[in-house]
Design a protein around this ligand. Structure first.
Ligand SMILES: C[S@@+](CC[C@H](N)C(=O)[O-])C[C@H]1O[C@@H](n2cnc3c(N)ncnc32)[C@H](O)[C@@H]1O
Length: 272
């Protein structure tokens, strides 16, 4: 077994002092994400579709914007169901996997994947449904960034915006170290810390993964999640102009819950 050089691109974004701003995933982690971390997107896609298609706009409008689309597995679900889908993400390596996964739909002009910042984007088309899954919006640095993202989404959305967030309670559970050697091809060492003062949880993933040429490649990915106040999230959405906002649990999107802070993760459903 030989080890290839560390994937410097993964580390660069942190070395440039941008740690509190941008969190594009690097190439080493993107490969592991595509093969092992897409389960959440696959699991929630059908229930988001079911919820949306029971709304007035969802009866006829089959257009989806996936904000922070990652490797595109949620997008592919909707493409298989006949939707037109645009995915945006900051990370080129993640977008490359999304494009590979959705190649046939890109070729028939039903899918497009665009490098863009969730806090500052505009698109030349509108969407019935906008989603952002697997705590992607926890990657935004602060409330101002989250508000900017909500405004960008509002500007292109004709109907429903559904996303999930880790709550403070959920992020407190990031404290600790775990090792995942559950398959022969990848070894992951995951170190997490929750910092109550900055309201951020940090994770540093050191990984060794088998490449197609028989080597093991080492990568390091560091990322943070910001803990947002759920009451403030709701307030911002209403201020921006969403008419109805409710919190819900994974698996029960149509059932509003009263105490989102008591959950580890919540879905937020905003309707125009
Ligand atoms: C946890 S992954 C979620 C991916 C996908 N939504 C899913 O459900 O699997 C977070 C994604 O957010 C992207 N990301 C982080 N900050 C971003 C930003 N400011 N704008 C766009 N994408 C961003 C990362 O590159 C990564 O692909």
């Amino acid at each position: 077994m030989a080890e290839k050089t560390e994937d410097k691109a993964d580390a660069n974004i942190w070395q440039r002092g941008e740690t509190t701003k941008m969190q594009a995933y690097g190439p080493g982690f993107a490969r592991v994400y595509n093969s092992r971390w897409s389960g959440f997107a696959r699991q929630v896609a059908p229930q988001i579709q079911e919820f949306y298609e029971r709304t007035a706009i969802g009866l006829t409008n089959r257009t989806l914007l996936d904000v922070c689309c990652g490797t595109g597995q949620l997008a592919v679900h909707f493409l298989e169901q006949g939707y037109r889908v645009v995915g945006i993400d900051l990370s080129q390596p993640m977008l490359r996997y999304a494009e590979d996964n959705a190649r046939e739909y890109i070729d028939t002009h039903r899918a497009a994947f665009i490098q863009a910042d969730a806090t500052n984007f505009s698109l030349g088309e509108r969407f019935g449904l906008v989603v952002s899954t697997f705590d992607a919006l926890n990657h935004l640095a602060d409330e101002q960034a989250l508000r900017q993202c909500f405004q960008c989404v509002f500007n292109v959305c004709d109907g429903v915006f559904i996303f999930d967030l880790n709550t403070r309670r959920g992020l407190e559970r990031w404290n600790g170290v775990s090792i995942d050697d559950s398959d022969d091809d990848t070894l992951l060492i995951i170190r997490g810390i929750y910092d109550g003062e900055s309201n951020k949880a940090w994770t540093r993933i050191t990984g060794f993964s088998h490449t197609s040429d028989g080597f093991f490649e080492r990568f390091v990915q560091t990322a943070f999640n910001t803990a947002f106040e759920m009451a403030q999230v709701r307030k911002m959405l209403l201020e921006i102009g969403w008419r109805k906002v409710h919190f819900a649990r994974n698996g029960e999107l149509a059932v509003p819950i009263d105490d989102p802070e008591a959950e580890g993760r919540v879905f937020i459903v905003a309707e125009k």
